[in-house]
Design a protein around this ligand. Sequence first.
Ligand SMILES: Cc1ncc(C[n+]2csc(CCOP(=O)(O)OP(=O)(O)O)c2C)c(N)n1
Length: 575
Amino acid sequence: MTTMTGGEILVRLLKHEGVPVVYGVCGGRLASFMAAIYHEPSIDYVGTRHEANAAHMACATYHSTGKVGVCMGEIGAAANLIPGVATAYGMSIPMLVITSNNPSTLTYPFEEMMMDIDNESLFRPVTKWNAVVRDINRMPSLVRRAFREALSGRPGPVHLDIPFDILFQSVDIDESLLDIMPAQYRVMDRPRGDAQKIDEAAELLANAQRPVLLAGGGVVASGATAEFRQLAKLLDAPATATQMGAGVVSSDDPNFIGTSGIIGGHAIPQALTEADVVLLVGCRLSSWLWDGNGPLVKGWPYQKVIQIDIHPSVIGNKTHVTVGIQGDAKAILTDLLSALEERMSPVSGRPWTRTVVETYRRYREELERLADDWENNGREAMHPATLAREVGQFISEHARDAFVVLDGGAPYFWTNDFTPVFEPRTRFFEAGTGILGFGTPYAHAIKKLHPDRPVFNITGDGSFGFAMHELDTAKRYGLSVIHIIHDNGSWGIIKAGQKGMYGIELGVDLSESNYAEIAKGYGCYGERISDPKEIQPAIQRAMESGLPAVLDVEVRFAPHLTSKIFGEMGFIGVK
Ligand SMILES: Cc1ncc(C[n+]2csc(CCOP(=O)(O)OP(=O)(O)O)c2C)c(N)n1
């Protein structure tokens, strides 16, 4: 028997799950947990300047590595975690949230002590599962259950509220009971799909004249990118991915038709409407494909639909399905490929696919013309397309292994197409709740976990303001992320919408702050840029500085080619 505190038991269990980092803001009631982290060499700690950013960092941990991140918050201050937890919930990203609380004898119900808060109720709507640990002896089973819930079926964040007496208490425990490994308490195999349904799907795809393939985040979660790409090649089908699936289809792929649903240009709606068979893999048809009123591509889908998903309630939820297959994407696509290879030889030069790919090429030409605008128009601040293209070009030529986080209103629309994407888990959007400001902490976590690869956060001046104090965190931990700000001195996309729709401007302007100078105040690298020719050299200089860097680039606001749809979805739109 060994004597261990609640904090030590918790950390031992996190270690077995391969948790790489715990993020948070320190607190007295968390001290026992923090002491145990301090003594555990396999788990790092990153102290942020606001709990919301700790939660965003925990979310980015799974999003970029597939390992569960943990964030923590102190009693009432834990309420600050909520935006980051909601972000994870919206994107079905597993993470564990630990909150401390007042003593178990004086909580649930509460006695109005300092910092009292009902964290169990507070976190319930933004977590997949949560519980209060009322007895130290239940710690192992509740932590294991938390991981089981977070990682099974459709994943999501989970939460444990732990009264501090439980964290500080010591018990004599048989350590071997703590060394039960994840495979012993949660399912880790891949549920295969129904063989007959896979045959039916193969039959539909083999006979399709115009098949289109759509990958969601489920393809990434299951590690099924290679199989998805092989399928697109075998069928010579146009292939696209949602924001959560970005990178499953590489920008280099001959069948790539854009990414991120209908904000990815004209070829995606064309392919979706003209197709005769639609294959949806690990895709719940959210964000830029479907809103509360129905499909964003009007009238779609009327064709034969094959839907593959791990979570049964996703199948047939938004649309009818001709064949629905429940199970793991990688296992099902492997079987589907075998079934297709028995029926057909690889297709090449499918004429319809070439017409859709040509639509994408023409759309890119339109974007390029906008990006060239500065050569003809030196009077105004540069067009956001120009900035997006310069950054995209730098990444293509000098930083192909970069991670790119896309934050902001207009900036992420413009960056989406101009930044090539080659692999999954390298482009990051807030594809769930749409909470701005996640980009800065997200990029910091990614740099922490991948220190040898370049990391960019492309953001708006409004969005950067939500977390610019995290430059302090970046400086302390040596997180040399390059933040590139589309600085138009306003909440640009909302300002344009207000003006267009109501002829007013209320609360939409921001100060002409110099974010480069602010960065320098934090001991980081900063440059303010107005000349497009300076963008790429400045990125180079920022990289060479070895410091966290802010490139504050003056741009004007311009609505994106696809932003009309934003208005049609019921947001204040930019016509
Ligand atoms: C946390 C949060 N608050 C408010 C909004 C509503 N909103 C959506 S886009 C936007 C403007 C973004 O401004 P900025 O980041 O400067 O980018 P710009 O559109 O100016 O290029 C706002 C306020 C939001 N999505 N998230």
